[in-house]
Write a protein that binds this ligand. Structure first.
Ligand SMILES: *[C@@H]1O[C@H](CO)[C@@H](O)[C@H](O)[C@H]1NC(C)=O
Ligand SMILES: *[C@@H]1O[C@H](CO)[C@@H](O)[C@H](O)[C@H]1NC(C)=O
Length: 348
């Protein structure tokens, strides 16, 4: 009978499986933290969104009003990829694009109005995880628009993303200004989010940057709208210094992205149909079993005048089920424990 205690190896197995799963859970959460966030599963206030289709580099432009005093004008090109770090376009010098790990990058061209031929280019890191440089991270925060305190967001469906990590000048800890991007993904069931998109699909440098030659439309901001007046799904809203709590100044880039992937039922639809199928399967199985038992009982009652256990179809088998199961379990246990202990059992 001592052979029965041979189950100890299996009991020591469960804690190790347990610890392995804890370790892998820790590892997974750590790796997703360090990479920024998972585009496929963006969680905002317990709602989940899949922004995978919005991945890849996208571009918006903004030609700022001329600064008459300084005789200059800023022409911005913002490139963002919410799912992957940006890469530099082929042919663009390293100093004219953001640092490795950038997800949102502004390239600012300064047009010197007194001397039309002097143009300078400054890349501005707005958001990203810069592990190779200063170790700043994107620290992405997501929230539902309808949970926002702001009045103008009342009744809007979608997600607000706050992406951090940028600074300009990048290496200047004293005089630099923290940068940040606020992207509002607004639910629009008729849009994929790629309408009139200026996709950045130029050839890339291996380490992450490139140069573009497409003509850009000048963007004007209308007085009555917060955002660029255009039919694009991804729109520029503003880029200006804002005062955060405690008087801290931050340069904030605001974008609006109208897309069906920001609708709260976008994922429910897909998942709902799976669960619906299983639920129906189980309900139908249950109903079929019940109908079989009831109809069988009725038949036995009418035809053979059966009572008690005999009413049920296969009544004998059902009555014997506990014994059949016990017998089966004993056989399985014997097979697992091997020939040594089987001898012990046969003695019983
Ligand atoms: C061009 O402008 C920058 C500042 O905007 C200045 O530092 C630089 O000297 C100018 N270059 C020429 C050739 O004027
Ligand atoms: C602004 O930059 C874009 C993209 O680099 C360019 O196509 C456009 O001509 C520039 N606009 C001006 C007024 O320089």
């Amino acid at each position: 009978m001592r052979a029965c205690t041979s189950s100890s190896p299996s009991s020591s197995k469960s804690p190790s499986i347990f610890s392995v799963s804890i370790l892998s859970a820790l590892f997974l959460s750590f790796s997703s933290l360090s990479a920024g966030f998972d585009c496929q599963d963006v969680a905002a206030d317990r709602q989940h969104f899949d922004f995978n289709q919005l991945g890849g580099p996208h571009r918006v432009h903004w030609l700022q009003d001329p600064d008459i005093v300084h005789q200059e004008q800023f022409n911005y090109t913002f490139t963002l990829d919410i799912c992957h770090p940006l890469k530099r376009d082929k042919g663009v010098p390293k100093v004219e694009f953001c640092h490795l790990g950038s997800r949102v990058c502004a390239v600012r061209e300064t047009i010197d109005m007194s001397d039309k031929n002097n143009r300078t280019i400054n890349p501005i890191d707005i958001a990203g995880t810069y592990r190779m440089d200063n170790g700043r991270t994107i620290d992405a925060k997501f929230s539902l628009l309808r949970n926002s305190k702001s009045h103008s967001d009342a009744g809007r469906e979608g997600v607000r993303a706050e992406l951090h990590g940028g600074r300009f000048p990048f290496k200047d800890n004293k005089n630099g200004l923290d940068q940040m991007a606020i992207i509002e993904f607004v639910c629009d069931k008729d849009r994929t989010g790629l309408e009139n998109d200026e996709k950045d699909d130029g050839e890339k440098e291996d380490d992450g940057k490139d140069g573009e030659k497409e003509d850009s439309k000048k963007l004007r901001r209308r007085e009555d709208s917060k955002c660029e007046d255009s039919d694009k799904s991804l729109r520029f809203c503003s880029y200006e210094v804002e005062e955060q709590e405690k008087g801290k100044k931050v340069s904030v880039l605001r974008l609006e992205w109208r897309t069906k992937y920001a609708c709260e039922d976008a994922l429910d639809d897909a998942e709902g149909s799976h669960w619906g199928f299983f639920a129906w399967f189980i309900i139908i199985l249950f109903l079929a079993t019940a109908a079989y038992l009831i109809f069988g009982s009725w038949l036995n009652y009418n035809r053979y005048g059966a009572r008690g256990w005999d009413l049920l179809p296969h009544g004998d088998t059902i009555r014997d089920l506990p014994y059949i199961f016990k017998d089966w379990a004993r056989r399985v246990a014997g097979a697992i424990q091997g020939p040594g202990s089987r001898g012990g059992y046969s003695a019983v």
